[in-house]
Design a protein around this ligand. Structure first.
Ligand code: NAD
Ligand code: G6P
Ligand code: MN
Length: 440
C-alpha cells in the first residue's frame, strides 16, 4: 500500500486532535509517510502541533510529523489535503449567531443568515487554499470539512469547474447513521443508506442492512415511541441533545423520511427562536466547552510528555470519516459514504448544478454517486428554495452584489420577510467589513 503525504489545513482546529488520533488508528488502511499541520495562527498551531508530536512519537514514530505556518512547506509534495479552517475564528462565529438572534431571526453557524455570513467569509480563504495547493501539489486530493460546506462546495464548483479532486464532506450523516445503529443495535458501517438533499438539508429515505432489509420503518417507530439521542450522548452538550430530540418532532410532522437534524431550523424557526438565547449561543458553549477542553488537555499532555492517558477525542465519527474517505480513494476501496457532489441528474428533478449530498462509492476516480431518481414535491420545493439561497449567496460574493445578498436572505426559510432580511444583512455587512467584499 502506498504511504501518503498529508497536510491538515486549520491544524490548530479543535477537531485536529481527533483527526490525528483517527490517523493513528487507521494506519493499516491508510499508511502515512509525511504529515504536516498548517495554520495561519502560530499559537494555536503550536499547542496542537506539540500534542501531535507526542502522539505520533508514541503511536506511530515512523510517520514524519511536523507543523508549520509556511505555505510552501505545508503544500509541497502532498497527496491529500484535509481542510477545516474557520475564517474569522470563534469571534466571528459568535457574531453570526448573535446578530440575527438580536433581530429576531435564527442565528446558527451554517443555517440561515449565520451560514450566509460565514459562507461569505469562507469562500475567499478556500479559493486561496485551492490555488496554493494546486501551485505546489497539482494532483493532491482536497477533502474539505470547512463550513458552511454547502456554500463552500457550490462556490468552489463555480470557481473551479474543471476540478475533479475536491471533495466536500460533512460528518453529520455518519453521526446519524451511528446513532441509528445504536438504536437498532446494528453495526452502522454495514448500513447501505439512501440519502438525498443539500448539505445540512437532507433526508435518509432507506436504511438497508446487509440482508437487504430496509430498517428505516422500524427505526422511525422506535424514534416516535422513545425519542432520539446521539450515539455519543454522554459527550454532547445540552444543545446537541435538544437538536437530536427534534428528530422525533420532524418525524411526527413529516413521517416519510429520517431528517438531517439541521432541518429543525428551517421547519421550526419560531419554536427554535423561542428557545435560543441571543446572549449565550453555541459559540459560547464551544469556547467554554470543547475549545477549552482540547487546548487544556493538549497543554497537560505537553507538560507530562505523554498522551497515553488521554481521552482527547470528543467525536470519533468526525476523525474516522475523513481518514476512511481518504483510504477509500487512495486504495480504490469503493466504499459508500454520504458526500457532496454536483447533481447532474442524480436527483432527476433537481437542477444539474445543485451540490447535492448523496450516497456515493469512493475510489481512485473519486465519488460515483448512486442515482436517487425523482423526489416528491415537498422535498423538491424545499431543496429548490434552499439551492436558490445558496446560489444567490455565491453570486452575491462573486459579483459583489447587495441585491443578490438581499434576495438570498429573503429566500431563506429562516428569514422570509424582506424587511427583516435587509436589517440582518446591513448588520452583518457592518460586522464583516474585514472579511467580505464590499457589496454594491
Ligand atoms: P477552530 O477555529 O477551532 O479551528 C479552525 C482553525 O483554522 C483555526 O486554528 C484557525 O486559525 C485556522 N484558520 C483560519 N483561517 C485559515 C486559513 N486561511 N488557512 C489555514 N488555517 C486557517 O474551528 P473548529 O470549530 O475546530 O472548526 C474548524 C472548521 O471545521 C470549521 O469550518 C467548522 O465549521 C468545520 N467543521 C465541519 C464539520 C463538517 O461536518 N463539515 C464538522 C466539524 C467541523
Ligand atoms: C456537526 C456538523 C458540522 C459542525 C459540527 C460541530 O458535525 O455536521 O458541520 O461543524 O457538528 O458543530 P459545533 O456546534 O459543535 O461546533
Ligand atoms: Mn456538517
Amino acid at each position: 500500500m502506498k504511504k501518503n503525504n498529508i497536510v491538515v489545513v486549520g491544524g490548530g482546529s479543535t477537531w485536529t486532535p481527533g483527526i490525528l488520533k483517527a490517523m493513528t488508528k487507521h494506519l493499516d488502511k491508510f499508511p502515512i509517510n509525511k504529515l504536516v499541520l498548517y495554520d495561519i495562527d502560530e499559537k494555536r498551531q503550536a499547542v496542537i502541533g506539540e500534542f501531535g508530536k507526542i502522539l505520533f512519537r508514541e503511536e506511530a514514530p515512523e510517520v514524519d510529523f511536523s507543523y508549520t505556518t509556511d505555505k510552501k512547506e505545508a503544500y509541497s509534495n502532498v497527496d491529500f489535503v484535509f481542510c477545516q479552517m474557520r475564517t474569522g475564528g470563534y469571534d466571528m462565529r459568535d457574531r453570526d449567531e448573535k446578530i440575527p438572534l438580536q433581530l429576531g431571526v435564527i442565528g446558527q453557524e451554517t443555517c440561515g443568515p449565520g451560514g450566509f455570513a460565514y459562507g461569505m467569509r469562507s469562500i475567499r480563504d478556500m479559493e486561496e487554499m485551492v490555488n496554493d495547493v494546486r501551485h505546489y501539489s497539482p494532483d493532491a486530493w482536497i477533502l474539505n470539512y470547512t463550513n458552511p460546506a454547502a456554500i463552500v462546495a457550490l462556490a468552489l464548483d463555480k470557481i473551479f469547474p474543471e476540478e475533479d479532486k475536491i471533495l466536500n464532506i460533512c460528518d453529520q450523516p455518519v453521526n446519524l447513521l451511528r446513532s441509528f445503529g445504536k438504536l437498532l443495535d446494528y453495526d452502522a458501517d454495514k448500513f447501505e443508506p439512501v440519502y438525498f438533499g443539500l448539505n445540512h438539508f437532507g433526508w435518509f429515505t432507506h436504511l438497508y442492512d446487509e440482508f437487504g432489509k430496509d430498517r428505516a420503518p422500524e427505526l422511525k417507530e422506535m424514534i416516535l415511541n422513545g425519542g432520539f439521542r446521539p450515539v455519543d450522548a454522554e459527550q454532547r452538550d445540552q444543545s446537541w441533545l435538544d437538536t437530536y430530540a427534534m428528530v422525533e418532532d420532524m418525524l411526527r410532522d413529516f413521517p416519510d423520511y429520517l431528517p438531517n437534524t439541521y432541518l429543525q431550523y428551517y421547519l421550526y424557526p419560531d419554536a427554535k427562536l423561542a428557545k435560543l438565547d441571543p446572549n449565550w449561543t453555541r459559540s459560547d458553549e464551544v469556547r467554554n466547552g470543547r475549545e477549552k477542553k482540547v487546548f487544556t488537555e493538549c497543554r497537560r499532555i505537553i507538560k507530562n510528555g505523554t498522551a497515553k492517558d488521554s481521552d482527547i477525542v470528543h467525536n470519533d465519527a468526525h476523525g474516522d470519516m475523513i481518514v476512511e474517505v481518504a483510504a477509500s480513494i487512495a486504495n480504490n476501496l469503493r466504499k459508500t459514504f454520504v458526500v457532496i457532489v454536483r447533481n447532474e441528474g442524480i436527483v432527476a428533478n433537481l437542477p444539474d448544478d445543485c451540490m447535492i449530498e448523496v450516497a456515493a462509492s469512493l475510489g481512485v476516480n473519486g465519488p460515483r454517486p448512486y442515482a436517487v431518481g425523482k423526489i416528491g414535491t415537498f422535498y423538491k420545493g424545499m431543496i429548490e428554495g434552499q439551492h436558490a439561497f445558496e446560489q444567490l449567496t455565491v453570486e452575491a460574493y462573486l459579483e459583489e452584489s447587495y441585491d443578490k445578498a438581499l434576495q438570498a436572505l429573503t429566500l431563506n426559510r429562516t428569514v422570509v420577510d424582506a424587511k427583516k432580511a435587509r436589517q440582518v444583512l446591513d448588520a452583518l455587512i457592518e460586522a464583516n467589513k474585514e472579511y467580505w467584499p464590499t457589496l454594491k
